[in-house]
Design a protein around this ligand. Structure first.
Ligand SMILES: O=C(O)[C@@H](COP(=O)(O)O)OP(=O)(O)O
Length: 449
């Protein structure tokens, strides 16, 4: 027994060598993205004759708590699983080291269902810092004068959905942007809506809900097929071996709960969640891809309808820019605080991050390392898309920045900083009829009633 105990204590901790941060999917905290940005030199020299006129920005709320169902399931199934892992370890089974098992033994989620989806302190920091950086970058544009707040001519429009996480994100962004806790100059939404037709347009899209979101053969289909496939089978077997659970039939829900808990808890601070120890880097790639498939088919390029319906927001941006170019009094900044589904559909509407080969349940190997559509990078917490209107020798031009880096829109100039004439954008994104895009064909409409 003593020998066995020594060997258990000497076991090396594999999780110490696994960096989980690239695999957190939509639970990636913005600090991961910011680190990557800092590592690369970001240049966007603008021609001297260009003067910033207006900024329009779409922001996903910051890092938050899981949904009530994840909290409930995680507390229930992971407490049970943890007991089994501890017993297995005591019996010399599994590959976890003593520290990993101790961390699991001491694990407590410390939140209940009532805390579902609340913005966490990390989320407040993300938004405040993003607001500060926006101020620094567009100092001139915002005409900010810290010595004379009262007389400042800032005109800032803020809109958020009727949820705590977007409201709180907007408040913290404003504090950073104004470099003050006094945000009285900001024009906040008067009556926020949970299903805001602009910020969460898809909630009003019956066709999308019927054909994609709630259709078992629609948005979730590829992800479900992947979970029933070989990669997942191998994943379950390796996780079972690592946790020493050979006497237990590890379910897909167990794996999902361990992964979700690993990702959420790791987003809250730099300390990776004890549940991440269940996975190797290869396992995390598989789990991330299964999550990716869901977003690709529900919010991304999987179906044209997903992104076609994002036109109201793009039209809103163009309308603001057209008005601002006419020199009528206009807000200098328009800031929208919204959700994951909105960010992804808008990115796809703009044609960004489109892989040549679609993401299917059967082509994980092809997409494993080099796909463009990677929600952990493009739809992290506090993900942001800014469009900045410049006047260049009286010609209105727009620069797009996603995650604070200039991005090129297909059909616009392809040299950095990718300044695109407003006129070109109006041609690329002509008026569209949301009602028509989202109307169900008569027959399907009757069937669904
Ligand atoms: O609000 C939520 O529950 C999820 C999904 O919302 P939809 O995309 O379905 O609106 O978005 P998140 O909060 O993660 O950005």
């Amino acid at each position: 027994l003593q020998k066995e105990e020594i060997s258990l204590n000497q076991r090396s901790c594999h999780s110490e060598n696994v960096d989980v941060s690239p695999y957190l999917s939509t639970r990636t905290p913005y600090r991961v993205i910011h680190e990557q940005n800092k590592a690369k030199i970001i240049r966007h020299h603008l021609p001297d004759q260009c003067v910033a006129r207006q900024i329009w920005m779409l922001v996903r709320h910051g890092t938050r708590n899981p949904s009530a169902s994840v909290i409930k399931n995680s507390l229930k199934s992971l407490s049970l699983l943890r007991e089994k892992i501890v017993v297995a370890h005591q019996n010399g089974k599994g590959l976890l080291c003593a520290t990993e098992v101790n961390r699991l033994q001491n694990w407590a989620m410390n939140i209940t269902e009532i805390d579902e989806k609340l913005l966490v302190p990390e989320g407040e920091r993300e938004l405040k810092n993003l607001g500060s950086r926006t101020l620094t970058k567009y100092f001139g544009l915002l005409n900010y004068d810290s010595d004379d707040l009262e007389n400042s001519e800032i005109n800032l429009k803020f809109r958020y959905t009727d949820t705590e996480r977007t409201y709180n994100s907007a408040q913290h962004f404003a504090i950073g942007l104004l470099d003050s806790n006094d945000t009285s100059q900001v024009q906040f939404t008067k009556s926020p809506l949970k299903h805001d037709p602009l910020l969460r347009f898809y909630q009003s899209c019956l066709k999308w809900k019927t054909e994609v979101k709630d259709n078992p053969d629609g948005g979730k289909h590829q992800s479900v097929a992947f979970k029933n496939g070989t990669e997942y089978e191998v994943l379950k077997a390796t996780v079972t071996r690592r946790l020493g659970l050979q006497d237990y039939n590890l379910s897909t829900l167990d794996v999902d709960m361990m992964y979700k808990t690993c990702t959420f808890e790791s987003s809250w601070s730099d300390d990776a969640s004890p549940w991440c120890a269940a996975f190797s880097e290869e396992d995390l790639q598989v789990l991330e891809y299964s999550s990716e498939l869901k977003y690709y088919w529900t919010d991304g390029y999987g179906y044209e309808l997903n992104y076609k319906q994002a036109c109201p927001l793009v039209q809103d941006m163009l309308e603001h820019f057209k008005n601002a170019s006419r020199a009528t009094p206009q807000p200098k900044g328009v800031f929208y605080f919204t959700h994951s589904g909105t960010m992804l559909k808008v990115l796809a509407h703009l044609g960004l991050y489109r892989d040549k080969e679609p993401l299917w349940h059967h082509n994980f190997d092809h997409h494993k390392s080099s796909r463009l559509w990677r929600v952990g990078r493009i739809d992290s917490f506090a993900a942001n898309l800014a469009a900045v209107l410049y006047s260049c020798d009286s010609t209105p031009k727009v620069m797009f920045l996603h995650q604070e880096r200039p991005v090129a829109i297909n059909g616009c100039p392809s040299e950095e900083p990718f300044l695109c004439p407003l006129e070109t954008l109006e041609k690329l994104f002509p008026y569209c009829n949301f009602e028509q895009i989202c109307r169900l064909p008569e027959r399907t409409g009757q069937q669904s009633r």
